[in-house]
Design a protein around this ligand. Structure first.
Ligand code: UT7
Length: 301
């Protein structure tokens, strides 16, 4: 479709494969599967979910929220439901909101799901972006039942001055969809990748240091880093600055590419199923995306 090569993609991004949502499925279908698996793993009934937080920039509809669609398909009928729109940092924003709800005593069981159907908004004529994005969903149940471990610290930051660096401009109210389908590509993802790269390295490093400092620990204490999987070179640059051993970094970018809000929970789940998380471990999660948004969270597993 575009002038590129496997060699360029793998060496510049670390991506070897990506997943595409099955024909006929949409984001909410992937989210429901992930949420049900999270509930099964936790042994919690869907009836006991107090609130469902869905992080996505690729909802099924503009109205209602993706969370309400997922709630209906999942049957979480006793829950509240809301969306978080913070692109690749969406899951960590959702987790941070969940943490506050738990700590305030307002809710006990919170589903946080990151889900994206990015291939539906990918511009397959743009070689700078069409080689990056994939579809997926990852869900976590955040509960007030605790053995003293959990979300230790979180950090969120945005820089709206740089919003135009990563956009899908058409399809909402400022530029309705008729504008985009005229073929100017504005109903698809636009990204100023090389500028974002530099800010991503700087801001993700800063965010990581902040959550470690808030927890009173150092990078040496971290057992596993679960970063947003956008580009292997971004991840390498961050861990080098943090002086964290590369062996402590969980990677699955080669299989999924960039799945935006789904990226961190997908990676966390795979790390868990691979037996890489042990009770008491410090797990550092960090993400960066459109907005521009940054999020980091430190877990004590
Ligand atoms: O997920 C949240 C936010 N997003 C990110 O964190 C993404 C951050 N950015 C990136 O990951 C990288 O900037 C990209 C992977 C998007 C691009 O890699 P890069 O090393 O920054 O390349 P570049 O944009 O500086 O382009 C270098 C060259 C250009 O050619 P010239 O002008 O030097 O002749 C591009 O046209 O590479 C060219 N190029 C390609 N060549 C072959 C760009 N895309 C491709 C491609 N195949 N797919």
């Amino acid at each position: 479709m575009v002038d590129t090569s496997d060699e360029w993609i793998v060496s510049r991004t670390g991506i070897k494969e990506r997943r595409v949502c099955e024909n006929g499925m949409v984001g909410s279908d992937m989210a429901v599967i992930a949420c049900q698996k999270a509930l099964d793993n936790a042994g919690v009934s869907v009836d006991d979910v107090d609130i469902l937080i869905t992080a996505t920039v690729t909802p099924d509809y503009r109205l209602p929220s993706q969370a309400c669609i997922v709630q209906n398909k999942l049957g979480a009928n006793n829950a509240a439901a809301l969306d978080v729109v913070a692109a690749c940092a969406g899951y960590i924003n959702g987790l941070s909101i969940a943490r506050s709800f738990i700590e305030s005593g307002m809710y006990k069981n919170i589903l946080v799901v990151g889900v994206e159907y990015l291939t539906s908004i990918t511009d397959y004529t743009d070689r700078g972006t069409c080689i990056l994005f994939g579809d997926g969903a990852g869900a976590t149940l955040i509960t007030a039942e605790t053995d003293g471990n959990g979300v230790v610290s979180t950090y969120l930051k945005s820089d709206g001055r740089l919003w135009s660096w990563l956009t899908v401009e058409a399809g909402a109210c400022a530029k309705p969809s008729e504008y985009g389908v005229k073929g100017d590509g504005s109903d698809k993802i636009y990204m100023n990748g090389s500028d974002i790269f530099k800010v991503a390295v700087r801001e993700m490093t800063k965010a990581s240091i902040k959550v470690l400092e808030d927890a009173g620990i150092t990078a040496d204490d971290v057992s596993l880093v679960v970063p947003h999987q956008a580009n292997i070179r971004i991840i390498d640059a961050i861990v080098k600055r943090l002086k964290i051993d590369k062996k402590k970094v969980f990677l699955n970018i080669e299989k999924y590419g960039n799945t935006s809000a789904a990226s961190v929970p997908l990676a966390l789940d795979e790390a868990n199923h691979e037996g890489l998380l042990h009770k008491g471990d410090y797990v550092l999660m960090v993400a960066f995306g459109g907005g521009l948004t940054t999020g980091a969270a430190l877990l004590r597993w």
